[in-house]
Design a protein around this ligand. Structure first.
Ligand SMILES: [Zn+2]
Length: 271
């Protein structure tokens, strides 16, 4: 997806959200009582967020009270502080709050939206050598009396094999998020995982800005990048995905796509 297209998505998402807000505007919003201690710590976080991320780049006075940007920046700082307390290694994929998170692959890469609980796997080439296997468990979630919805939020696992100067390192981690109206994705690993590996995984995901990018990063192997079964025909071998998995993920599977994806792979990964 081009930057311009992505901006459009963001604008669209935002205007949909604003429409929803206008609909809510009629209903009374009752503020919860806030303790002095909490108010002070919130103030410190707000100051730090402003120093770190700057003011809202899309500031709109009409919605200033909503503090979309500010609350998402603060959420990122709160998540970071939680990960630090747990001594985890992390790297942001989205370095600032966005309306469409970097791993919203249904929007960014056009992957099919799962329609029932399922587990989705795929393997990508890792920047700097190696691979990252993504496992997303889509489950129905329920909140209060809302309709249940299907999501893999907090069930996205990573298995990384990274080529390093000390040899191949295999580590496990997860995709995590700071969630507000705007949000940001990160990769999080246990304490022993080097920061450089987390940065490489985040940078790999950050490369995906279109469907071709996603396909170009599918791991080159004699096996399908999704299900691991042997690849038989030439198009599958060029695309690193078999026809049935491509269909299930709503990815094209033809020679024209293969040619385009090959060129993109060279641009993204070299070689
Ligand atoms: Zn497959």
């Amino acid at each position: 997806m081009t930057t311009e297209k992505k901006r459009k998505y963001r604008r669209r998402d935002r205007s949909a959200y604003y429409a929803q807000l206008s609909a809510w505007a009629g209903s009374a919003i009752v503020a919860a009582p806030v303790s002095m201690e909490k108010a002070t710590s919130d103030h410190i976080i707000a100051d730090e967020a402003l120093r770190r991320f700057g003011p809202d780049p899309d500031y709109n006075p009409k919605y200033a009270d909503c503090r979309f940007w500010e609350s998402a920046c603060e959420e990122m700082l709160k998540e970071e502080s939680k990960w630090r307390q747990l001594h985890q290694t992390f790297a942001w994929i989205d370095e600032k709050p966005v309306w469409v998170n970097a791993t919203s692959w249904e929007i960014i890469a056009g992957l099919a939206e799962p329609t029932k609980p399922c587990t989705r796997h795929f393997r990508l080439s890792l920047i700097g050598g190696g691979q990252v296997k993504v496992t997303e468990e889509f489950r129905l979630r329920k909140y209060k009396d809302m309709e249940p919805w299907l999501t893999c939020y907090d069930r996205r696992h990573l298995r990384v094999q990274a080529e390093t100067e000390e040899g191949l390192r295999t580590v496990s981690g997860a995709i995590a998020n700071a969630i507000s109206e705007m949000g940001a994705d990160a990769v999080v690993f246990p304490e022993h995982v080097p920061q450089a590996i987390a940065e490489r995984v985040a940078a790999t995901f950050r490369l995906i800005d279109s469907r071709d990018d996603f396909m170009a990063l599918l791991l080159s192997s004699d096996r399908c990048g999704c299900c691991g079964r042997p690849l038989k025909d030439q198009v599958s071998k060029l695309l690193n995905i078999g026809p049935s998995c491509a269909k299930a993920m709503r990815l094209p599977h033809d020679i024209a796509t293969a040619n385009r994806v090959l060129a993109r792979r060279r641009e993204l990964l070299g070689g």
